[in-house]
Design a protein around this ligand. Structure first.
Ligand code: PGA
Length: 266
């Protein structure tokens, strides 16, 4: 899958919604406006709600994605779902290395890289999540911690076309306390420099996640270093998610960021 939009807005539904609830929610997400193909929209339902969400969305332009994958195509791995299976189910992307999996399932960056590699091989676009907890932030070692996570999780085959990095500070996820403009700019600039060093000129997009809501989406996505958002809680509410999409449409229509530069020109 090629992410073409200037801004990538993804809803991460986590372990929420029955098939019926997923059907209801997917059917109320705004139809992507053809005049706004600068915004790429994705939703990541649970595995068992993928088909329901896919069938009820208003347009094929609302991309469907998995929240995780296992790095082997098929085999005796009870309970796991492979990237190839997600692709077969109609997914265009998959989230790899979300902090909730790194924390609750003890996933290492090495394992996350294997997942991302298998997803790219299967033709999925990878949303590679990195982010520090409050301890690293308070200690002041957050830049080096996230840099190491990125270096260890990034597959060698990563390109702008097949992978997007999501910076999601753990202390901002589900807390209602989003990272400040300065925090986001500092980390995104740092990660962009690391990506330049590793991959050369054409680096993957970097999106932000962590308490993105209708009241802060415009401010966050207006930052020139932000290529979109990964939305958890607010993506479960159609009105809130549609308001975040509206903010993305507004920004891309104006074609300028708060520093007056077009994102496409960067
Ligand atoms: P949140 O979650 O928007 O509820 O903070 C973001 C995420 O975990 O991807």
């Amino acid at each position: 899958m090629v992410v073409q939009g200037e801004l990538f807005v993804i809803g991460n539904w986590k372990m929420h919604l029955t098939q019926q609830a997923a059907t209801d929610l997917a059917s109320t997400i705004s139809d992507p406006k053809t005049s706004h193909d600068a915004v790429t929209i994705g939703i990541a339902p649970s595995f068992v709600a993928l088909a329901a969400a896919k069938a009820s969305r208003k347009s094929d332009d609302i991309l469907i994605g998995g929240q995780d994958c296992y790095p082997v195509d098929e085999g005796a791995y009870t309970g796991s779902v492979s990237a190839a299976m997600l692709r077969d189910a109609g997914c265009s992307f998959v989230i790899c290395g979300h902090s909730e999996r790194r924390t609750h399932q003890q996933e290492t960056s090495h394992f996350v890289r294997e997942k991302a590699e298998s997803a790219i091989k299967a033709g999925l676009h990878v949303i590679l999540c990195v982010g520090e907890n409050a301890g690293f932030r308070e200690h002041g070692s957050y830049l080096s911690f996230v840099e190491t996570q990125l270096r260890e999780s990034l597959p060698a085959s990563a390109t702008r076309e097949n992978l997007t990095v999501a910076y999601e500070p753990i202390w901002a996820i589900g807390t209602g306390k989003h990272a400040s403009r300065t925090d986001i700019e500092e980390m995104h600039d740092h990660l962009k420099a690391v990506l330049h060093e590793l991959l050369g000129e054409k680096i993957p997009r970097i999106i932000y996640g962590g308490s993105v809501k209708p009241n802060n989406a415009l401010e966050i996505m207006s930052l020139p270093v932000v290529d979109g958002v990964l939305v958890g809680g607010a993506s479960l509410d159609a009105a809130a998610f549609n308001a975040i999409l509206d903010a993305a449409y507004q920004i891309t229509s104006n074609q300028t960021r708060d520093d007056g530069r077009s994102k496409a020109a960067q």
